[in-house]
Design a protein around this ligand. Structure first.
Ligand code: VG1
Ligand code: CO
Length: 580
């Protein structure tokens, strides 16, 4: 056995190491600068109780700088008394699989190396996130403690090789499965390399009826196409769709994980997954598949498409909730008591909850807010407008779970193979005719100057406060001199119903008389400057009006939002970077 020694190395605080919506994300050059990663990881270890002897999982989307990061983290883990590190082979582990491994193996927690849907590479982004023993992203009590430590840190507890060289664990080959143990005076440290797919695929297999999905994929009139966006899900998709469900290899595109995602932006939406969208369009491809899906860099996001048809994430999670207990074995067995969505997410799922008599929660943006509700058994399905869909089988959003849910619903609706195919589009349109349609769009303005973005938000906050101060007895307010009546203006505050913790200033929203909404918030996942997100929603109960194009249906509200916020004046931007 190889030995190591623990030594203290001096360091000094580095500014701006505050965890955002989902972990710490910065340019790779920042992350790889001296002690940047080490300071944050040491601060994390300072924030955790009972770390001595613990087992921690480590893996990520395999992006550029992951290998170096794993080495630094292993040395700090050993230095801080962690007994064992469970590492995904080649450092790979998609985010929902990490959540599954932490939960099923009852680990102390896990570290995920990803900047998720942000591009990767030497000039792009790197990120790190800590998940607790329930498999979910650390709550704000933990991330606040980490941030506090980053401001006062003075030493790093590093493991060194006995001969003084820097990497004491070089002999643990993370490209091969197996375990290596290292020793030091009074202790030891083990690195176990595990399959990134095994536990997670087994879990998914237990949740769905693979036989009926296999029959669906065997139909002459049914084809699917999955876009891995060169992110981490490729190997999982091959395993599930090709090896387990029998789809041909041509059902996969961009399914080899690349450290720079092929220079793409691994964010599954109509803009960044344009190639998939093109393949799915019967006007551009005479052989367009019937079902299309994509996932992001770390595998927690998903996009669902039918032939020439886009399913919004708001509708997707609502359809899954509506069909869950009839179509999906996992929910047939475990039941469905409640659902949740983030505040900016459109309220289609609320309509399902009302009809099915389920509890329905509205949380701030970020998956970490769903964890307590799921742990308490009050929520089983939840989603975000940002292409996040998930359930209580893990504590992260789960792109492949969403794709399998849709395949399962399609298999259920098409149980009789002698009948013509019931399409994705038909399922969504049937949903609209039952529940009405929540038209929704998000405008993102990326790379805005921080000062300008903050001024715009302050301007909106002032409008919101003035409105509340001048409320007339009818309770209705006039928005910034415009004729439209507003029934609610607020800066969203959330009180966790389980532990009572409060998150304030989570986005400024104006809700109109007929439940239309405009919402503004600043992104917490960017790595430079500010990203403004503007969310627009309009509910249309009339089944004869649900077929419109969303941009057309929302145009008056979009114009109003731009005028009230003075977004163009504050930022100098005439067009958004991305529309979803
Ligand atoms: C965005 C999304 C949010 C999501 C978060 C992490 O956050 O809006 O809904 O939970 O990304 O997703 P923000 O603060 O930039 O709006 V991922 O796949 O990047 O972990
Ligand atoms: Co992600």
């Amino acid at each position: 056995m190889v030995g190591y020694v623990v030594k203290s190395v001096a360091t000094a605080p580095i500014d701006g190491q505050k965890t955002g919506t989902s972990g710490l994300r910065k340019k790779t050059a920042v992350f790889s600068s001296p002690n940047y990663l080490a300071n944050w990881v040491q601060s994390l270890f300072y924030s955790l109780d009972g770390l001595a002897g613990a087992t921690i999982a480590l893996g990520g989307d395999g992006r550029y700088f992951s290998k170096e990061a794993i080495q630094i983290i292993a040395r700090l883990a050993a230095g801080n008394g962690v007994a064992k590190l469970v590492v995904g082979q080649k450092g790979i582990m998609c985010t929902p699989a990490m959540s599954c491994v932490i939960r099923e193996s009852k680990l102390y927690g896990g570290i995920i190396l990803t900047a998720s849907h942000n591009p990767g590479g030497p000039d792009e982004d790197f990120g790190i996130k800590y998940n607790t023993g329930n498999g979910g992203p650390a709550p704000e009590s933990v991330t606040d403690a980490i941030f506090a430590h980053t401001k006062s840190i003075s030493e790093l507890k590093f493991a060194f090789a006995e001969d003084g060289s820097e990497d004491p664990f070089a002999s643990a080959d993370i490209s091969k499965l197996g375990s290596t143990t290292f020793t030091t005076a009074g202790g030891s440290f083990e690195i176990e390399v595990i399959s990134p797919t095994e536990q997670y695929v087994a879990m998914l297999k237990g949740m769905f009826d693979f036989t009926s999905m296999k029959a669906l994929l065997a139909r002459e009139d049914f084809k699917m196409l999955f876009d891995g966006m060169s992110g981490v899900t490729g190997p999982y998709a091959r395993r599930l769709f090709v090896e387990e469900l029998g789809a041909p290899e041509s059902s996969l595109m961009r399914c080899e994980p690349l450290p720079d995602f092929g220079k793409g932006h691994p964010d599954p939406n109509l803009t960044y997954a344009a190639e998939l969208v093109k393949h799915m369009d019967p006007k551009q491809n005479s052989d367009a598949p019937d079902f299309g899906a994509a996932s992001d860099g770390d595998g927690d996001r998903n996009m669902i498409l039918g032939k020439g048809f886009f399913v919004t994430p708001n509708d997707s999670v609502a359809v899954i909730a509506a069909e869950a207990t009839s179509a999906i074995p996992y929910f047939q067995k475990h039941g469905l008591k409640g659902v949740a969505r983030s505040m900016p997410t459109a309220g289609a799922i609320d309509k399902v909850a009302a009809k099915l008599g389920l509890e329905c929660f509205v949380t701030p943006t970020g998956w970490k807010f769903f964890g307590n509700l799921m742990d308490a058994g009050r929520v089983q399905i939840c989603g975000e407008e940002s292409f996040g869909t998930g359930a209580d089988h893990v504590r992260e959003k789960d792109g492949l779970f969403a794709v399998l849910s849709w395949l399962q619903i399609l298999a259920y609706k098409n149980a009789d193979s002698s009948k013509p195919l019931v399409s994705v589009e038909a399922i969504v349109k049937e949903f609209w005719s039952t529940y009405g349609r929540n038209f929704f769009s998000r405008y993102d303005y990326e790379g805005v100057e921080s000062d300008a973005a903050n001024k715009m938000m302050a301007h909106l906050e002032k409008i919101q406060e003035d409105m509340n101060a001048s409320k007339d007895p009818s309770g209705l307010m006039t928005l910034g001199g415009f004729a439209t009546k507003v029934k609610l203006a607020e800066n969203f505050t959330y009180k966790d119903p389980v532990d009572g913790s409060v998150a304030s200033k989570q986005g400024i929203l104006f809700v109109f008389e007929e439940d239309s909404r405009i919402i503004f918030r600043l992104s917490g996942t960017g790595s430079a400057g500010a990203t403004i997100r503007m969310y627009i929603e309009k509910y249309e109960p009339d089944a004869t009006q649900t077929d419109k194009d969303a941009q057309v249906a929302l145009k008056p509200l979009i114009d109003l939002a731009l005028e009230v916020s003075q977004l163009k004046e504050f930022t100098g931007r005439n067009e958004p970077t991305v529309i979803t």
